[in-house]
Ligand binder design. Sequence first.
Ligand code: HEM
Length: 393
Amino acid sequence: MTQRPGVAVWRGALAAFVLAGATGLGFRLAAFWGWGGLDPENIRHAHSHLMFFSWATPALMALMQRHLPPSRPMRWATAASLGLGFVAYGPFLRYGYGVAEVGTLRLPLSVIASTANIVAWYGFAYGYARATRGLVRTEALRLWDAAVGILVVATLGAWALGGLQAQGVASPLALAAALHLFLNLFAEGWLVLALLGVFYAQTPSAASGGASWATAWVAWALPFTFLLGVPVALVPPWLRSVSGVAGLAVSAGLLAHTAALWRGGSARGPLVYLACRSVMLVGVALAPVARWGEAAGLRIVFLHMLLLGWISTGLVAAARSAWGEAAVPGHRAFALGVALQVASLFTITGLWPDRWAGRWAWAAVAATAALPVGAAAWMAVRSIAAKASEPEG
Ligand code: HEM
């Protein structure tokens, strides 16, 4: 009989968070102690890809499958995504997107592993479509339909980027648009909507909270928002306006879901980040505010408010509800560490007063980065030692 992936995937994903988070911490420390022969760009790629491929994606896939009929393609795709993220990590760290020298061969190893990962996601989408055919569309399923569909659309950006680079196209707008078609739709579409679906699946009463209009609203508007990630100066004003209107619609829809889940009794800590991030999206949707945000260097805060705040604390809360307390020992320390890390990121932006800025601010960002990494390491080790409460599946 086909089983569902269980807490073992969760532990693997936690290990990925620890390695990827330690890589981010290394990036911060390198500002003091040097890069050790590595290219900062490659460290950043190794960090972000491992977080996407092996932390957030397999954890979400495993959590979704607890509420879906068992499916072999989904189960395999989850394991493949987890494993292939680790395979891609070393090549990204050493070579970035460039070619690796293996004996006499020159191979783009990170690109090969990432492409295999995309194929695994297609396997998940196929398994999901088959397993959910004919099921009544609850709020969770409607959000997952949108999330999985947007995941597939996001991969078009990855193919387009590869195609443009292979053709030697140098247009900054085309390259940035392809990159953000992938990055934005993957993060804001797949990760955000899949986690919202998990929250609804775990708190079905929240579906009566009056946000049912918001899913279709967000799903249709989201694909038009990817240009909001591209620097304002590169995008023709009329296109930026279309993306801006879509961004406002997404923000309204996400705030409606936040309110419904809040009233329904879902974990509130992660929802605070989602609310803050949705309000920030209103600013990004308006070109003059977005230009100001770019000048103030808010991009990293904006990204981590979503990915570390909403997604990562949300995954921990959802794992606690799915697999019990034994799967998330130290979850409060993790939540505190994330809050301090996200807050400290403001000290290295233009919003922070000059007279309080300087080396100590960077030191604070580095020090607070160690907190969620340490808490996740504790969670992984203790969870493995305790063998978690619930049997596989
Ligand atoms: C312990 C937690 C984390 C730490 C210490 C951390 C640290 C960092 C650092 C230092 C950077 C580069 C900043 C710069 O360019 O100035 C970065 C970028 C980034 N991080 Fe994180 N991060 C964490 C969590 C996450 C999570 C959970 C995700 C995704 C699920 C994530 C995704 C990204 C992305 C997409 C970028 C931008 C990559 C790029 O521009 O190419 N991070 N992070």
